[in-house]
Design a protein around this ligand. Structure first.
Ligand SMILES: NC(=O)c1ccc[n+]([C@@H]2O[C@H](COP(=O)([O-])OP(=O)(O)OC[C@H]3O[C@@H](n4cnc5c(N)ncnc54)[C@H](OP(=O)(O)O)[C@@H]3O)[C@@H](O)[C@H]2O)c1
Length: 274
């Protein structure tokens, strides 16, 4: 028995599986359990993996179970699996807002559970994932889970579960913050007279270039910003406007909204008594 079973074969599962296959994981060891026949066919054709619509049968074969369904149905899906875990697989939940206490209540107190918070750039092997394990997860299981998420990008362990909500606010929801900035730069570039294609290309290439500089340079983002900000120049004029308009405060409020929503979801979807 050495299979990694995904319960739910939607966007995130597809991203992670795509990365795993690209990084040399054997398709023969990956199974997806998913109700949608079209999704199953797409996954089989894209990655050569096995699929099923039987969550319980799949879970019984798994060394590692990745729960990749929406938070709204996690309770129902997980409780169905509770008596299929006698062989002690590790269970990884990638759902936002479902706390370990709920997963333990639904699955049983003796189950090794990891919360993982990946993001969609996993699709292009540039994901960022935060991980937190309960005390029953073995070092070997931690290493196995790390390998799965390392296949699709950067992985880190956080010190306590509350930090998973902070991971959601930073990197889980983070790609959309940058997409929004790209949209705005393209739109304003057009308003300033550039053709749409040119404005779009310049915005995207600039985002890519800045991200590569920030990750590959020994200088930190503050130093890089200072290096490109000549006194009295154009960049300084733009950055001063951000400052005057409260950009940092806006970002702080937005990220706190993401955090608050993650906490609310724990109440909405994570109750042990539903
Ligand atoms: N998207 C992100 O950026 C992101 C980031 C980090 C974490 N997450 C978490 O990842 C999880 C999945 O999100 P997603 O964006 O991949 O959602 P998604 O695309 O809707 O995928 C969920 C999949 O689960 C399937 N499903 C529904 N009921 C099921 C059942 N009873 N048993 C097995 N599978 C079932 C769905 O099939 P049908 O479509 O046929 O119903 C769908 O294919 C969520 O908990 C989310 O919080 C998402």
């Amino acid at each position: 028995m050495s299979s990694i079973v995904f319960i739910g074969g939607g966007n995130m599962a597809s991203c992670i599986i795509g990365g795993m296959i690209a990084q040399g994981f054997s398709a023969a060891n990956i199974v997806v359990s998913e109700p949608g026949a079209e999704s199953r066919q797409r996954l089989e054709e894209s990655y050569g993996i096995k699929t099923t619509a039987d969550n319980r049968a799949a879970a019984k074969q798994a060394e590692l179970i990745v729960l990749a369904v929406k938070p709204q149905i996690m309770n129902e899906v997980v409780q169905e699996l509770a008596d299929c875990l006698g062989h002690n697989p590790a269970v990884v939940s990638i759902a936002a807002g479902i706390p370990l206490t709920s997963l333990q209540n639904w699955l049983g107190d003796d189950v090794a559970i990891i919360r993982a918070m990946p993001n969609t750039p996993a699709m292009v092997l540039c994901g960022a994932t935060g991980l937190f394990a309960n005390s029953l997860v073995t070092t070997e299981q931690q290493t196995q889970v790390e390998k799965v998420f390392d296949a699709v990008g950067y992985t880190c362990w956080v010190d306590n579960e509350a930090q998973i909500d902070a991971v959601i606010a930073v990197s889980g929801s983070g790609p959309a913050y940058f997409f929004r900035i790209m949209e705005i730069m393209q739109q304003v570039g057009q308003e300033l007279g550039l053709p749409p294609q040119v404005a779009g290309d310049l915005s995207l290439k600039t985002a890519l270039g800045a991200a590569r500089m920030a990750t590959e340079s020994s200088a930190n983002p503050t130093q890089l910003r200072q290096q490109v900000t000549s006194p009295g120049g154009t960049t300084e004029a733009a950055l001063q406007t951000f400052e005057d308009q409260g950009l940092e405060d806006t970002f702080r409020k937005a990220m706190n909204s993401a955090l608050t929503r993650a906490e609310q979801m724990s109440t909405d979807f994570g109750s042990a008594f539903k």
